[in-house]
Design a binder for this molecule. Structure first.
Ligand SMILES: [Zn+2]
Length: 363
């Protein structure tokens, strides 16, 4: 669908200062109901234009219309009471006050489909849309109805499948499921987590991805990472099952992590979105640093299956930093692309490649 080493982001980008408080994860909206919908749409178009300008090959919405990567989706479902909160431990790591499942969960209406159409109208490039994965959704709620994580996951998978089919019809090329919980609950992943994901992608013709990371750069996550030792081998527990799954792409955290790159060998055959941008640091990578991560991954991924990406979402970063990181990703990928194709860099040529007929609309 694209040339060699197509670049993309995992999901979120910082929101404009007029839409939500900057440099804050899960930041509340600054606009009121009537104007908010328009504000979100404008931010989505800006985010699309920034990805164009940086030269990214696959464009996302930057998650400009959602406050939280899991709960914004769940808010639109019936069966979940957001006024009834319980404190649970998320990913065995940090406590949070979460909504309660009080009855059968169902999708009464499309959640992101209009937003996806809006993004589709503003770019000719392939687009990728992120949804939460079933296991991560289950882990972000208190369940007073099904009282079974597995049962609830299957229900969510069916709901996700409805949304995914409509996103595909709206022109989405890659549907990605965010499953950071895959890095924690290995038994559940292998018993039913991947199977639930396969239920969520049932019948889709577009490409599908799963994103599995070590989380945003928040303290609970960085503290947890500090306990993981010199080699992070979590992926090893789940890759064999993922390798046999129907998911096309696997999105991984690789830069500045202690994940041994050779673990990627375990998902040989899958397309791998290699995280070459650290989202837990405000330091902008050099293109050469990005290229080094990609070169290292190329030992274990065929070049036609390597998708340079970020480690995770960039929502909490300052906007200028995020822009710099997008550019570094694009330029780093271009360095490796030239090595692979034997094309010499021309000093007059910008690394950001523009396609004929491309629309970078600003409104
Ligand atoms: Zn992530």
């Amino acid at each position: 669908m694209t040339g060699l080493l197509p670049t993309s982001i995992v999901g979120s980008l910082p929101k404009p200062v007029w839409l939500a408080e900057p440099e804050k994860l899960w930041s509340p909206w600054k606009m009121e109901a009537g104007q908010l919908a328009e504000g979100k749409r404008d931010a989505l178009v800006l985010s699309c234009a920034e990805q164009h300008r940086a030269g990214l090959d696959i464009v996302s919405d930057g998650e400009q219309t959602r406050q939280h990567f899991v709960t914004t989706f769940i808010e639109q479902l019936s069966g979940v009471d957001f006024a009834r909160r319980e404190t649970v431990t998320i990913r065995n790591r940090y406590e949070a006050s979460v909504p309660t499942v009080v009855g059968p969960v169902a999708r009464e209406k499309p959640v992101f489909v209009d937003d996806a159409r809006h993004l589709r109208a503003h770019t000719d490039r392939p687009i990728k849309w992120a949804l939460p994965g079933p296991l991560t959704m289950v882990d972000t709620l208190y369940d007073a109805h099904y009282r079974s994580r597995e049962k609830l996951a299957w229900e969510f998978a069916a709901v996700l499948n409805q949304e995914a089919r409509e996103l595909q019809a709206a022109g989405v090329n890659i549907i990605q499921f965010d499953e950071p919980a895959f890095n924690v609950f290995f038994d559940e992943v292998n018993d039913w987590g991947v199977a639930a994901l396969e239920r969520a992608i049932e019948g889709l013709n577009c490409e599908t991805a799963v994103h599995i990371c070590y989380g945003y750069g928040i303290k609970a996550n960085t503290d947890w990472k500090a306990t993981l030792g010199s080699e992070w081998r979590q992926y090893e527990e789940i890759f064999p099952r993922l390798q046999t799954s129907g998911v096309d792409l696997v999105s991984l955290e690789c830069h500045n992590s202690r994940v041994p790159m050779d673990l990627i060998e375990l998902i040989r055959g899958k397309k791998v979105m290699v995280g070459a941008i650290d989202v837990a640091s405000n330091r902008i990578e050099t293109p050469e640093e990005v290229a080094n991560v990609l070169r290292s991954a190329l030992q274990f991924v065929d070049p036609d299956k390597l998708y340079p990406c970020t480690n995770c979402g960039m929502a909490p970063l300052p906007r200028e930093i995020a822009r710099g990181k997008l550019k570094a990703l694009s330029e780093g990928a271009e360095l490796v692309r030239r090595e692979l194709t034997g094309v010499q860099a021309s000093p007059r040529e910008s690394s950001t490649h523009h396609r004929a007929g491309e629309t970078v609309a600003a409104s």
